[in-house]
Design a protein around this ligand. Structure first.
Ligand code: ZN
Length: 110
């Protein structure tokens, strides 16, 4: 079962609403039950958010490597690949950031 805080939008998973909202401190009377499709949608968007966060973490590691290769400046082909990796991962990271911002505005972030 899921419960949403009417004050800050925090989502609680559990049989009952929490006594107090861990995010804003609102009492349990402020919580309302989320049912059916709405609850399912939250689960789905949690997975999407997790994927986005995982990709960003991975890409920032990849970027670290690409920068190391670039700084070594040995093989021009390797440097070219590193440049391409930096460009591609940057574009994807920017899109993910924009997408996550949209999620947060829509309150899709649990
Ligand atoms: Zn709250």
């Amino acid at each position: 079962m899921k419960w949403r805080c009417g004050v800050c939008g925090y989502i609680h998973d559990g049989e009952k609403a929490p006594d107090k909202c861990p995010k804003c401190g609102a009492p349990k009377e402020q919580f309302s039950k989320i049912e059916g499709d709405a609850a399912e949608l939250i689960e789905k968007s949690r997975k999407t958010n997790e994927m986005h966060v995982a990709i960003m973490g991975l890409y920032s590691k990849v970027q670290k490597w690409a920068k190391i290769v670039k700084n070594e400046d040995l093989d021009p082909t390797c440097v070219q690949i590193a440049d391409r990796v930096l460009k591609d991962t940057n574009e994807t990271i920017q899109s993910i950031k924009a997408e996550l911002e949209t999620h947060m505005k829509k309150g899709k972030w649990g």
